[in-house]
Ligand binder design. Structure first.
Ligand SMILES: [Zn+2]
Length: 253
């Protein structure tokens, strides 16, 4: 059986607060995980307003804003802070503590909201370069924001030496698409999404208990939520893992 966990690190708080919290939690329970990190910058106010005007900010997006308090939201809108590329210390710490780091994106907002019009090669090269600067090696895995990809993206990734992408499921095994390895989730939702669906703690734990009985288990969480506000509930979920050996994405390959 395969058991793996990936963490998406989207924003500033997820990086500077959520990641250290998760590293401590995982240490306590002997869990190893793959962290897909936003290597670029936070979205700025003008980008958010532009996509809001175009009605591209959905209900789910608005719920994501509820992760943060008012002061944090204002900071996000105005500071346009750098993320992974500026925090080599945090990224190296993830690795030192036995986990894996791979890039998630350069600009999360553009990839998810303006996927058709952006220069994908440029986005991929920017995140790859930032990653190389920190680790002195090239990344091999990629988790596209909001799971958006196509054959063109896969061809760019193959050319740039990537070996796999991590995408949404639910599926029950690793497979190939356009000649690249696909590591799908076995369960699509996070604790945050289940809470937003109106599920209570007991229902959520039941869902994970059932999921973890499968032969192929691949779960994902957001450091911006499950690493901060949702960390207590994540700990309850992690307890269900109960010393099962977790595999990194690079090990599933
Ligand atoms: Zn993301």
């Amino acid at each position: 059986m395969t058991f793996s966990i990936s963490i998406h690190v989207d924003g500033y708080y997820g990086l500077v607060k959520g990641v250290p919290n998760l590293l401590n939690l995982f240490d306590n329970y002997g869990i190893k995980a793959t962290f897909f990190v936003n290597m670029g910058k936070e979205a700025n106010l003008f980008q958010i307003l532009k996509y809001r005007k175009k009605n591209k900010i959905s209900k789910t997006d608005s719920k994501i804003f509820s992760r943060y308090n008012k002061r944090q939201l204002i900071e996000i809108l105005f500071l346009n802070r750098k993320l992974g590329n500026k925090y080599s210390r945090i990224l190296k710490d993830i690795k030192i503590r036995g986990h894996e780091v791979e890039p998630h994106c350069w600009s999360h907002l553009l990839w998810s909201k303006n996927f058709e019009n952006i220069n994908h090669t440029k986005e991929i090269l920017k995140m790859k370069k930032a990653y190389f600067k920190i680790f002195n090696k090239n990344p091999i895995g990629f988790a596209p924001p909001t799971w958006k990809y196509n054959s063109k993206i896969i061809n760019i990734l193959k050319k740039e030496g990537f070996e796999y992408i991590s995408i949404s499921g639910p599926k029950n095994k690793v497979y190939f698409e356009y000649g690249l390895k696909i590591i799908p989730l076995s369960f699509n939702k996070t604790i945050e999404e289940l809470l937003n669906d109106g599920k209570n703690k007991e229902e959520i734990l039941n869902i994970y208990e059932k999921e973890m009985k499968k032969e192929y288990v691949n779960l994902y969480f957001h450091s911006d939520f499950e690493g901060i506000k949702g960390i207590k509930l994540l700990e309850e979920v992690i307890k269900i893992v109960n010393n099962k050996k977790t595999l990194l994405c690079g090990e599933i390959l």
